[in-house]
Design a protein around this ligand. Structure first.
Ligand SMILES: C[S@@+](CC[C@H](N)C(=O)[O-])C[C@H]1O[C@@H](n2cnc3c(N)ncnc32)[C@H](O)[C@@H]1O
Length: 351
């Protein structure tokens, strides 16, 4: 996999809305789980100066390289990690980066990846069938379309693309394979569904499905959201931009569940779940880009932003940081002064 993808830039979506939903403040500590071209990260760093810190994560080493260049002026305030955000908690623990004031997920692919000549994310450019975010991942789209059974291909296209013609497309792919490039695959899909009908290309849903399957996007998102809540300090913000209904449903249901106390099934006489609300949903209605933004950046058109605020003191540091509050002079909400607390914590844990 060639990591060159600097042919274009990525325009950050809902930029002002993200900064506002994160309530970015000077000296705040933020995690950008989907660094991409670094557009959101740059805005967060500007608004959190002086003293702000940002941990940026991306599974794609090329994104880390591009964002590293863009954020060079902030080098003393950033930490960039090339990893999957499914390891969010381990990464924050490793770098002692918690509790945090805000966590951002801007899901999906960047323009840098979509337009990357050899990444295979777009059915508009000729490219090998890849679509991996990271070259370390084993399975590519090529593996799925050329090696998986017809039933499995159909399941992937139906489940992750919500494509009504999943069986027809899978049958056609299996009959015609091997298929080697994105344009070949797009043509096969078009043939399978009987040609182009509307404005939307018939390969759109299948390409989405294959990308989600190759990168385990939905499973990773569910896991990372759970980890994110544990990392937020009291009042910390969780902000997620999703680009299709499957992702958005996961985010919506997660935030709703975490905003509820008891989640026992109806009819149970007394609570047995012990669940407590940890989030307060900030925008019940999704935030979408303005007409003007969509005109300037058509790729923003399907974006939906949801945000929530942490209403508990989360994670493993709770006990340690609360007991140390009086020592570091912080309030009782679990916030700490990083350097001072790190020293005190070691003393505390050693005693
Ligand atoms: C829409 S782009 C983010 C753009 C970014 N907000 C900006 O302003 O430039 C999504 C990025 O998330 C990364 N990504 C997607 N899923 C990921 C995951 N599970 N772990 C780490 N990075 C991921 C992709 O590689 C891509 O670079």
């Amino acid at each position: 996999m060639n990591l060159n993808m600097s042919a274009t830039t990525h325009t950050p979506v809902l930029l002002d809305e993200v900064v506002s939903a994160l309530a970015v403040q000077p000296g705040g500590r933020y995690v950008d789980c989907t660094l991409g071209g670094g557009g959101h990260a740059a805005a967060i760093l500007e608004r959190s100066a002086p003293g702000g810190q940002l941990l940026g994560i991306d599974a794609d080493p090329a994104a880390i390289k591009v964002a590293g260049g863009k954020l060079a002026a902030h080098r003393d305030s950033i930490l960039l990690v090339n990893a999957n955000f499914v390891k969010l908690q381990a990464i924050c623990l490793e770098y002692d980066f918690q509790p945090v004031h805000g966590i951002l997920f801007d899901l999906g692919v960047s323009s840098l990846q979509l337009d990357g000549a050899d990444r295979g994310f777009s059915f508009q450019h000729e490219a090998p069938l890849d679509m991996r975010f990271s070259p370390d991942q084993e399975v590519t789209v090529d593996d799925i379309v050329n090696r998986y059974s017809e039933a499995e291909i159909a399941r992937i296209i139906r489940t992750y693309g919500e494509e009504g013609y999943s069986h027809r497309i899978a049958r056609h792919i299996v009959k015609e394979r091997p298929v080697k490039t994105t344009l070949e695959l797009a043509r096969m899909i078009e043939q399978a569904v009987g040609g182009r009908k509307g404005r939307i290309h018939p390969a759109t849903k299948t390409f989405q499905a294959l990308r989600i399957a190759v990168n385990h996007e939905l499973e990773n998102l569910e896991s990372a959201l759970r980890q994110a809540v544990d990392l937020l300090g009291y009042g910390g913000r969780l902000v997620v931009i999703s680009y299709h209904s499957l992702e958005d449903r996961i985010v919506k249901q997660f935030m709703q569940r975490e905003a509820r106390g008891c989640i026992c099934p109806p009819g149970i006489p007394a609570c047995v779940c012990g669940h407590t609300a940890r989030l307060r949903v900030l925008n019940k209605k999704i935030i979408t880009p303005s007409l003007q933004e969509v005109q300037l950046n058509p790729r923003s058109r399907s974006a939906r932003l949801r945000s929530a605020e942490c209403i508990t003191v989360g994670g493993e540091y709770r006990e340690v940081s609360e007991r140390l509050c009086w020592l570091v002079g912080d309030n009782a909400n679990g916030w700490r002064r990083p350097a001072l607390l790190a020293k005190l914590r070691m003393t505390y844990l050693a005693s």
